[in-house]
Design a protein around this ligand. Structure first.
Ligand SMILES: Nc1ncnc2c1ncn2[C@@H]1O[C@H](COP(=O)(O)OP(=O)(O)O)[C@@H](O)[C@H]1O
Ligand SMILES: O=C(CO)[C@@H](O)[C@@H](O)COP(=O)(O)O
Length: 557
């Protein structure tokens, strides 16, 4: 049999990338990135120019197809691999990135009658405008003693499906009525590739409160939220829910023409970006925390028992690797905070100096920030620029920097922001480790470990753990390709399960980041200060952030 390959397509926040992978060793043969033509839509609706409210974040579904149109043919061309040797394709996506579709699977926002209604569009994972609904949902679930709540760390996030659907019911009942199905974008793209609509158990479990044994929450619960939602799960959330690695179907002739692949190629059910990365770094057993580090961080961990951990995003049976409970926690902004600083808060002289030296602004700031010892900036920050996902689960929390003086330099602030995100990760690791889900090893993948060594050293020092780094810039895509190979099966030259695929294909770099004892000691002190600020602003002692947000909302209406 000739060498076989699979394609993984990773749908990130700003772009989608296709990677063509050798199934015998996991090597990337070719990759190609397509920036989304519409990017993240968070200011005005492209069709009408209508201004969006705060905390909105939308996307255009055709941008996802554009990635298939451009990046899949590009990797085939660059590699010179014959389409007949590409036996499977898998995708991974941000989540909960959801959209309303009609009976034909057409997104409402591309239909003339709905294109000017923001609720007809894709709501991106970081659309946070359903916080009111999430708050009410959590209060009602707690009051009713719903047993699903502890599985989600005590709180359902405004980022997830039910809060987002309820926002549509409240603000655009006509869009709700016109919707045949609400779907995760990952499942919608797979339905476009195969002509079959199936839901994957990973997004259903983490984002839509679905449980392998108990199914969705009861009708009574949904009725208690809002009588209009009573039948939601059997109507607009209906559809078979199948495990990761299942073959969703085969590439349709129309999609074969669009991508250059052969019709009939096996297509795996959709997956989530962070979750796909876990087997791609070879993690298929408990005790090993995987951080997918980019715009945000998702922390993934396997366990053998279902335990409650404050603020975790969820625990889902088979949610990451079949046979284990998959735990997830996360930080809603990490790279996004660094980007905010570079775009919005850096003085002109920094940009000019960086340009003169031929460096990017991140790089310029990092080189200078490296010269400081832990504690030397005198600064400390709370990393809540986009709310707090774990452990407080509150998108109404905002950022703080303490310790400014007239001598504070931009590179010191940049270093402080890097450190603040490491402290946020430490909170999550402690929450798992101290509650019966041990974290013995840490792995990192995603864009950030490849771009910023200082950041990774800070994470090793703050968590006091050695960090292993994925040997690829495209780890989730490699994971997605592994699931594509599993969908194809060993008879076609793929694999029968993801553990076998990981054994052959996963890779981490030899070089690791090891904690430096002097730094660990100082960061321990700073972490105690971080924890004090964290609890003061985050646990109700001073709700100033929420009051400010309320004033801001009032003022802008
Ligand atoms: N040198 C750098 N140091 C720190 N952060 C960086 C650097 N370069 C880019 N970033 C941040 O990386 C993030 C993008 O991460 P990436 O993993 O590529 O994307 P995504 O999360 O969309 O998959 C952006 O938020 C950007 O601000
Ligand atoms: O929430 C999840 C996964 O559960 C992510 O999709 C979301 O944080 C977006 O991830 P990226 O930072 O774009 O990689």
């Amino acid at each position: 049999m000739s060498k076989k390959y699979a394609i993984g397509v990773d749908y990130g926040t700003q772009s989608g990338r296709a990677v063509l992978v050798d199934l015998s060793n996991g090597y990337e043969i070719a990759d190609h990135v397509t920036p989304y033509p519409h990017g993240v839509i968070d200011e005005t609706l492209p069709t009408s120019g209508q201004a969006l409210e705060h905390d909105w974040a939308l996307q255009h579904p055709d941008d996802y197809l554009e990635v298939l149109r451009r990046s899949v043919p590009a990797v085939l061309k660059e590699s010179g691999i014959r389409p007949s040797d590409v036996i499977g394709l898998g995708i991974d996506f941000t989540a909960c990135t959801m959209l309303p579709i009609d009976e034909q699977g057409v997104p409402l926002c591309i239909k003339p009658e709905w294109k000017n209604n923001p609720h007809g569009w894709v709501k991106l994972w970081k659309h946070h405008a359903a916080q009111d609904e999430a708050d009410r949902l959590n209060a009602i679930a707690a009051e009713r003693g719903e047993k699903f709540l502890p599985r989600y760390g005590g709180k359902i996030s405004s980022e997830w499906m039910i809060a987002k659907v309820w926002q549509i019911v409240n603000e655009a009942p006509d869009v709700y009525e016109a919707t045949d199905l609400f779907t995760e974008a990952t499942d919608w793209v797979i339905s476009q590739l195969t002509g079959n609509f199936v839901r994957n158990s990973c997004t259903a479990g983490y984002k839509s409160i679905w449980h392998k044994k108990d199914g969705y929450p009861s009708k009574e619960f949904f009725k208690a939220l809002d009588p209009r939602l009573e039948n939601l799960t059997e109507t607009k959330l209906r559809g078979d829910i199948v495990a990761l690695g299942t073959k969703a179907g085969e590439l349709t002739p129309a999609m074969a023409e669009l991508t250059g692949l052969n019709a009939g190629t096996a297509i795996a059910v959709g997956n989530v970006d962070a979750h796909a990365a876990v087997p791609a770094v070879g993690v298929v057993t408990p005790g090993k925390l995987v951080m997918a580090m980019g715009t945000s961080i998702c922390h993934m961990l396997l366990g053998t028992e279902e335990v409650e951990v404050e603020g975790m995003c969820g625990v889902v049976e088979d949610g990451i690797i079949p046979g284990y409970l998959g735990y997830e926690a996360g930080q809603s902004a990490v790279g996004d905070i660094f980007e905010w600083f570079v775009e919005e808060a850096v003085p002109a002289y920094v940009k000019e100096a960086a340009e003169k030296e031929g460096l990017g602004v991140h790089q310029w700031l990092t080189e200078r920030a490296e010269a400081y010892k832990p504690g030397e900036t005198g600064l400390l920050a709370l990393d809540w620029w986009n709310g707090n996902r774990s452990v407080l689960v509150d998108t109404n929390l905002t950022g703080v920097i303490v310790g400014y003086s007239l001598l504070t330099k931009p590179e010191e602030v940049y270093r402080t922001l890097l450190e603040s995100t490491a402290f946020g990760t430490r909170k999550i690791i402690d929450a798992f480790h101290d509650n019966g889900v041990p974290v013995d090893e840490v792995y990192a993948c995603g864009g950030l470990p490849q771009r910023n060594r200082l950041l990774m050293q800070i994470y090793a020092d703050v968590t006091n753990r050695e960090i292993k780094i994925a040997d690829s810039k495209q780890t989730p895509a490699i994971g997605a390709a592994m699931f594509g190979a599993v969908a194809a099966g060993s008879a076609k030259g793929g694999y029968d399960n993801v553990v076998d695929a990981a054994k052959a294909m996963a890779r981490v770099r030899e070089e690791t980041f090891k904690p430096i004892p002097e730094n660990v000691a100082i960061y321990e002190k700073l972490y105690r200060e971080y924890s004090t600020l964290h609890d003061y602003f985050g646990r109700g002692a001073n709700d100033v952030m929420k009051r400010l947000k309320a004033l801001k909302d009032e003022a802008s209406h």
